[in-house]
Design a protein around this ligand. Sequence first.
Ligand code: SAH
Ligand code: SF4
Length: 404
Amino acid sequence: MGSEPGPGLAVPPLISVPPAGTRDVRPGLSGLSATDIESWFEDRQQPAYRARQVADHVWSAAAQCAAELHTLPQPMRQTIDESFRVNTLVETEVRAADQGLTQKALHHLDDGRLIESVLMRYPARGSRRPRTTACISSQAGCAVGCPFCATGELGFWRDLEVAEIVDQTRFWRHWLAGVGQRLTNVVFMGMGEPLLNTERVLEAAAAITDRNRFGLGARHVTISTSGVVPGIERLIDEAPQYTLAVSLHAARPALRDVLVPLNRRYPVDQVVDAAARYSARTGRRVTYEYVMIDGINDTIDDGNALARLLHGHLAHINLIPMNPVAHTPWQPSSIQRTEAFASLLRESGLETTVRRNRGVDIGAACGQLAADQAGAPAPAAVARRQQLLVVQSAAALGARTNTQ
Ligand code: SAH
Ligand code: SF4
């Protein structure tokens, strides 16, 4: 194991890509710069304040359709509608979960592709203010194919446009305004690998953190990656204040090859080294996500390997019991096992949090609604996949016994 090019799918996608419809050629308004909108009005001999009015509707009011551009005359609204998409999310279904603390949205895109975003509300705790976080998607599907992930089972459909990414945050701003609340944080932890759509994700993050556009503080934006080293290098160059989250899930290369197949292309040492350089450049602590899978990556050996890997790093580890949304043969680790793993890490000096049933794990179920709509996989395909994973993880665990 260890050196094939490309994301290197260890197990093939479970669900075949459904056919897509045609794309809407009108650009999404929220993907345009202020200058683009100004020139559009200028070309039509319209006063500059029209562009500001449109920007106010797009950013402050998070307008969802042309009818909401109410300060513009009706014929102009219509021309705008003919030239642009005020909202690239054609239709959105919202479902509540977790006693109303979590909302999941299924967004239909112009070509019929489905993506998901999740709103998570965290009440105030101690000195911590309440937070309302939108977990957004960067791609429809994902090519990385982590076997425990619902999106990973779909395979890759397509990259999202800047406006399709930004419109998820605008959707939740609009929705929250309806209940008198504000969005405080955005995490790129929905469907897709943000740093395999880096250009657009960085443009979207710039719009989300631009005080003249969406206006969130950069420290309130988290980009989560399964370890795309060139993408992390790009973040090091630009040094924004975004929080970098790295999905680690295993410290040992052989096991990480199975759990995060991208490890075959960007090995874990290089990923952690790049994350440390991001941390050194920005002064920001890196978050490491670690999905706890019973008997697979939650042993004392794994804890020790993780402690060694991150020793001396400015790191925060989040342990997340695996949400059993994908067709794997595995179970989530028990609370006791997870707590013991956390203690081991804390004793070795690493700041560690155990997440329970909320937050990232709910975001992680992203892909589930889209997968349901794509249809149930054939039982034989599920069985083959499970068998392959049993063989691969057993080989990786065997490698541990032999090498450590
Ligand atoms: N592709 C990026 C961001 C989207 S996934 C990444 O992998 O970081 C967001 C987070 O949810 C990742 O840490 C991912 O590993 C985690 N996740 C995915 N499936 C999960 C599951 N079934 N249970 C718990 N966490 C999961
Ligand atoms: Fe892709 Fe992240 Fe899911 Fe892995 S965990 S398949 S990188 S979305």
